[in-house]
Design a protein around this ligand. Structure first.
Ligand code: ZN
Length: 615
């Protein structure tokens, strides 16, 4: 038996660390109208490409590149079914372009080209229907004379647990347990115990209490090498969880989530447990202890005339809709609901009025549906034709054109290598989409002014300069022009900072700081973003941080009249990345991997804003 305290530094490493030398995939986008995938990495990469039949997929492996987040699956529509980006193994990120069933492309016409060692494009010819001539183990109806409609595609919901217990879920990232009361991350005690043919991992959770329906239950998991999970409440304010895992399972870690629960993750990531076989259950497993009471959303479909998107559930639901005026995207939130597994999604063809649909179980009780309209389509209000159905009005402002019948192509029998064109030496990366956006990155303080000084003497300047340098580097890799108000530890006056931005007529100004609070209040942690005039830039950055970094606390987007914000003449934001005086933030801000994650999130937020505004 061995004991160890779960330290936040270990947790930070688990959540944020990337292999030391590995590069990262910074950005990718599939441009449907160009049949083209573009992607950017932060270090040089030599991709490998293959065409794999049945169904036809173009598979690109990026050795030495890590994704640093879970798999992304983007529905495309038309002859391209989806683009997936995932971690293939510890050192390789895999991009997959999957064609609609019945379609293929000539692999010699697929062009994988390096524009620079870090920027690549994959151009596809127009996909062609497959002829039925070569023998195939998996015959499909052959429709040579008209384009095959894209398949009825199940959207990917979070995996539900083998039981219908709403308070415990097997998710795509690990295990989630709803709690009535949370404790402190630093108090969680983890204890591993070896048994004959299995291992148990016990988490003692001072301050935490489980929902009544979980207490004294053992639930079957049978995923990620976990056979079952047991919930006990030895004291009202102390919870205990026991996982029975495979003998060769790595350790598991627990931390409290902002969703009001506990998240359990395997050490070293899901790839280490994905193929482990769970040990035999301990024999006392409850098979279906609690019936979930939430209505289930089973179908999302377009009405026959494409004028409405219909969301159907098995029992009455209600939803709230909101439109993002900037992008035209519509978001529907449905409380007290869950997704069927699998959920029946609509056909999103090339001429579909809906370009993309994202459906997710945001937490155990809320389903969120994001609808992105195709060009020339407007999404209207959310209505309730009956208690079990929500409808979203879809208005096409143009008539879809008809596509010519493509010639017939045969399908290869096995994988075929696709030739990869390396970048030509000295080739200049393509110009950024439009103009050349100029962003001023302002690492606060410097020189005689170290900014805030926190626990263990951690200085604000030493935290924010590396973050700022990395933000600048990422923006530059994306073709954005960057000026920093300082690039090393020297003093610049506040006036000097905004004068620089105003004189150079910068498009955006982003100041980066770390926070502090007096009185030894180490319990104050979290990040916040400030603006003075328009809040959009601050909001884009803030949103990206929440999406890409697990922060100790979301302190929100706030208005403030900081000098640098009110005197800069362009959209400006000031990010406080965390408290050097906070016990949680301090440990994280010392961690270069965490700072890197923060930098990447800030840069992506700025890029989001640039794209939204078409700068
Ligand atoms: Zn500061």
């Amino acid at each position: 038996m061995r004991f160890h305290w779960l330290l936040l530094t270990i947790l930070s490493t688990l959540l944020f660390a990337l292999p030391a030398q590995a590069g990262r995939l910074l950005f990718w986008r599939y441009e449907n109208n160009q049949n083209r995938l573009i992607f950017t990495t932060d270090s040089r990469v030599q991709p490998r490409a293959q065409l794999i039949p049945n169904p036809t997929r173009i598979v690109l492996d990026l050795p030495g590149i890590t994704l640093g987040r879970s798999t992304v699956d983007q529905n495309i529509g038309g002859n391209i079914r989806s683009v997936r980006v995932g971690q293939f193994n510890a050192q390789t990120t895999r991009l997959v372009i999957e064609l609609a069933p019945g379609y293929t492309v000539d692999p010699t016409q697929v062009k994988v080209r390096g524009l620079s060692p870090t920027q690549w494009t994959v151009e596809l010819p127009d996909p062609q229907p497959i002829s039925s001539s070569p023998p195939r183990s998996n015959p499909r109806p052959n429709r040579p004379n008209r384009p095959t409609p894209p398949p009825q595609r199940p959207l990917t919901p979070p995996r539900s647990s083998s039981q219908e217990n709403n308070n415990f879920q097997v998710t795509r990232n690990g295990l989630f347990i709803r709690l009535n009361k949370q404790g402190q991350n630093r108090d969680i005690l983890v204890e591993d115990r070896e048994e004959e043919d299995a291992k148990t991992i016990q988490f003692t959770l001072p301050g935490a209490s489980f929902p009544q329906s979980l207490i004294d239950q053992t639930l079957a998991v049978n995923e990620y090498g976990v056979s079952d999970i047991k919930f006990e409440q030895p004291q009202p304010s102390q919870g205990r969880l026991t996982l029975r895992v495979a003998k060769d399972s790595p350790g598991w870690q627990a931390y409290y989530s902002r969703l009001g629960g506990l998240v359990l993750l395997p050490q070293g990531g899901l790839s280490r447990v994905e193929n482990l076989t769970a040990p035999e259950p301990s024999g006392e497993v409850t098979v279906s202890p609690v019936k979930n009471q939430n209505p289930t959303i089973s179908t999302i479909e377009l009405s026959n005339d494409n004028s409405q998107l219909l969301i159907r559930a098995d029992r009455p639901i209600r939803g709230e809709g909101s439109i993002d005026r900037l992008t035209g995207n519509f978001e529907i939130r449905i409380p007290q609901a869950q997704l069927a597994d699998p959920i029946q999604g609509p056909q999103l063809g090339r001429n579909s009025p809906i370009y993309q649909l994202k459906v997710r179980q945001e937490n155990t009780d809320t389903v969120v549906i994001q609808v992105r309209p195709s060009l020339g389509v407007r999404l209207g209000g959310l209505r309730q034709p009956n208690a079990q159905t929500l409808s979203l009005a879809v208005r096409s402002l143009q008539r879809p054109g008809t596509r010519p019948t493509p010639p017939i192509t045969t399908q290869p029998d096995g994988p075929i290598d696709i030739i990869v064109d390396p970048p030509k030496p000295g080739e200049i990366p393509p110009p950024p989409p439009k103009g050349r956006v100029l962003v001023v990155i302002d690492p606060g303080h410097g020189g005689k002014d170290p900014g805030a000084v926190g626990l263990g003497g951690l200085r604000e300047v030493d935290v924010i300069l590396p973050i700022s340098l990395e933000v600048s580097q990422i923006l530059q890799q994306q073709g954005v022009q960057v000026i920093m108000t300082r690039q090393a530890d020297y003093f610049v006056s506040l006036q000097g900072r905004t004068r620089l931005a105003n004189d150079r007529r910068a498009d955006l100004f982003v100041s980066i700081h770390a926070n502090a609070v007096g009185g030894g209040r180490s319990n104050v942690n979290g990040m916040e973003t400030f603006y003075t005039g328009n809040r959009e830039l601050a909001q884009a950055i803030h949103r990206s941080i929440l999406r890409n970094v697990t922060v100790a606390n979301d302190r929100g987007v706030k208005r403030s009249r900081f000098y640098v914000l009110r005197t800069s003449r362009m959209p400006a934001a000031l990010v406080e990345v965390g408290f050097v005086t906070g016990s949680i933030d301090n440990a994280r801000l010392r961690n270069p991997a965490y700072r890197s994650q923060m930098a990447r999130a800030i840069a992506l937020g700025i890029l989001d804003y640039i794209r939204q505004k078409g700068l």
